[in-house]
Design a protein around this ligand. Sequence first.
Ligand code: 26W
Length: 834
Amino acid sequence: MQALQDVVRTGTTPADLKQAILDNLYYAQGRIPQLATTNDWYMALAFAIRDRMMNDWIRAFARVRRDPVKVVSYLSAEFLIGPQLGNNLLNVHDIRDEVAIAVADLGLNLEDLLNHEPEPGLGNGGLGRLAACYMESLTTLNLAAIGYGIYYEFGLFHQDLQNGWQVEKTDKWLSMGNPWAFCRPEITHYVGTGGHTEQYHDEQGRFRARWTPENVVRGVANDIPVAGYGTSMTNFLRLWSSEAIDSFDFQAFNKGDYYDAVREKVASETISKVLYPNDEPEAGKVLRLHQQYFFTSCSLQDMIRIHKIRGCAIDTFHESFAVQLNDTHPSIAVAELMRLFVDIHGMEWDTAWNITQKALAYTNHTLLPEALEKWPLPLFGKLLPRHLEIIYEINRRFLDGVRAKYPGDNERLARLSLIDEHDQKYVRMANLATVGSHAVNGVAAMHSELLKKTVLHDFYELAPDKFFNITNGVTPRRWLALSNPELSRLISSKIGDEWLCNENNLRQLEPFADDTAFRSQWRQVKQLRKQKLAALINERTGIAVNPATMFDVQVKRLHEYKRQLLNVLYVITLYNRVRHHTSAQITPRTVIFGGKAAPGYFMAKLIIKLINSVSSTIDSDPAVRDRLKVVFIPDFNVKSGQVIYPAADLSEQISTAGKEASGTGNMKFSMNGALTIGTLDGANVEIREQVGAENFFLFGLTADQVVELKRSGYNPRRYYDANPELKEAIDQIGSGSFSSGDQQLFRPIVDSLLDRDEYMLLADYQAYVECQQAVSQAYLDQERWTRMSILNTARIGKFSSDRSIREYARDIWHVEPIALALEPPTILSEPAAR
Ligand code: 26W
């Protein structure tokens, strides 16, 4: 019996695909074409593509299950995977064209079906999207991997703008069904919380602990296949959803207490109900800790189950799995793995600790003090009493070692301790993650250095070899080939399409920067992409933007350190210059913003309101609006990002130096030929190194200058008094120029700038304005600008997530690609591997 070779399930000709879509419409959707809705056709197409992933997925998993190749387990509370259909059409034998013909044959439009897919908003921003890019690169590089996370019923909120204000809308992404997920009701694990522990000695007289949790929920696996490009390797995400063990209490029901009958069900399901929409400031809510422990415990139990299925002994766990902790959100894994090894599998403490450290590695994504997770001891101890005991024991042994190395240095002990002894005491999750891992890395060279110099300095002094840098990357499949097929075709027309999985090939584009014809083709593609973005902006905001103007774009989460407000201050300055000198020659600009604010982040939401207020003020000024326009695109996410990044001329990466760990949007913009105006922060530093200082618009204080200015007593008001244009702009915000005279509305913004200006906008204002002047000047010389644009794309290869993953595999995970070509096709009759 051969692998499933029947064309309906595997054929890739337009005719095969057409038949497959019709078959799935009928058999999977239960619809005939005449009655089919767009959702029916989308589902039918999705199933047809999914069918074509099964052979590779089942074969790859059979291999990973049979041979003890080391598997990378990427533990992340967020996976911002974006729409799946388009990406799978590219990565699954690249059948985009064939599917477009098949769909057209059915009288349908592929664009409409692609746009119909709801975005799985299972993440907030950078951290979540990085996890998704990394899973795609792991697969493309033939590395066996499982992405463990949470199957949120409601993802990140949808952002509506009402009268310029952000309004959050629930994200019911599953309401129309999800063709890409396989629910695995037989792959479940139990997760306890609360309750009490007791200590005893077992028959061998060994100290043992028993934990009797108060509540237990069941975690159920939902698997989403992840296809790689140019390979048949297929990995998957295993996302846990929580459910009650007993979902209906008949006794309560019989007593007529209907709510009590479903109380446990509701309580249990709440754990995986919704994604926390905070992107830096941590909430400290018990449900958040419960979510983190829930998916981490399910994942570690699942790994041990697979390890055993492979017939391996528990004490070789670290040879089976390389577990990456995506920030501290899954860092409870350090204590949970010790509990599973010692309490459940009866392992000796030292053996267990040795395996735990060898298996775990931790990536830090932020230096912002308010984002470093620390859990109040009472809350932590109540939810996880056994883990607190284990953490105390880890801490005791760890501090013994420190005391031996630094006798009498109690400050150092206090800084290194897993427990913050201040007021109600806290568990420091970054310290726990660092002590329990064999490797700790930052996400850009500058960030990793700052990590060693500041937040984790004491740990670095203790174990310098544990610290690595792995600069972030983004997948060129979604962020160039899929988002910008026109530019990809132009590139491939010159250097072939090997660049798609060999990013250094892009360098071969350099000579074409001097080719006038090529430059003109390059500009035409950019123009086309700008028209597509103009259409999206018009559809979402009703505003008509002119693609002939410079598209100056800042899209990312709203946060004061990302300084969207500095961008606004420049826009107001430009507006004033045009108003005051109506004949002034300015380079016509369309300033485009996008990004969500955490619902509880007042200042971020006020900045969104200010941007929309400035936008409508300028738009109502006939003297200016044709030369300067401001728009805020609502609901920025992966899907809209795929339209925005290819259309930008200028990429705004203007965070206060030392605050943005890396950034990844900066890479996506340069990959699509946008030029960057930015500070020496995060990965901007390395982008400038790669593309050349002459192809990057740099401004602002360095991180050391920021620290020095803060230390020496920064007085923002001095900059305000000394700079008339800055003063005018701030006074206009305060005097109600953009709020129809309401002087109170934006007062908090003016006060924060003049009193504290924590992120030094005023100190960087003049340099930014002058740099923007240089940008305007440069844009007037389109040949020079295009040359710089081509060189940005040609030299962006380092920032492919393939390069990042190769470094993780070599330096932290010690894993090798698996050769699948040799793998025999799956024999259908054989019982499928679980
Ligand atoms: C507890 C709330 C919370 C939620 C998310 C705290 C911190 C986070 C993330 C660490 C925030 C985040 O997404 N950080 C971003 O990670 C990207 C990927 O490494 C970097 O490129 C960005 O610079 C960093 O801000």
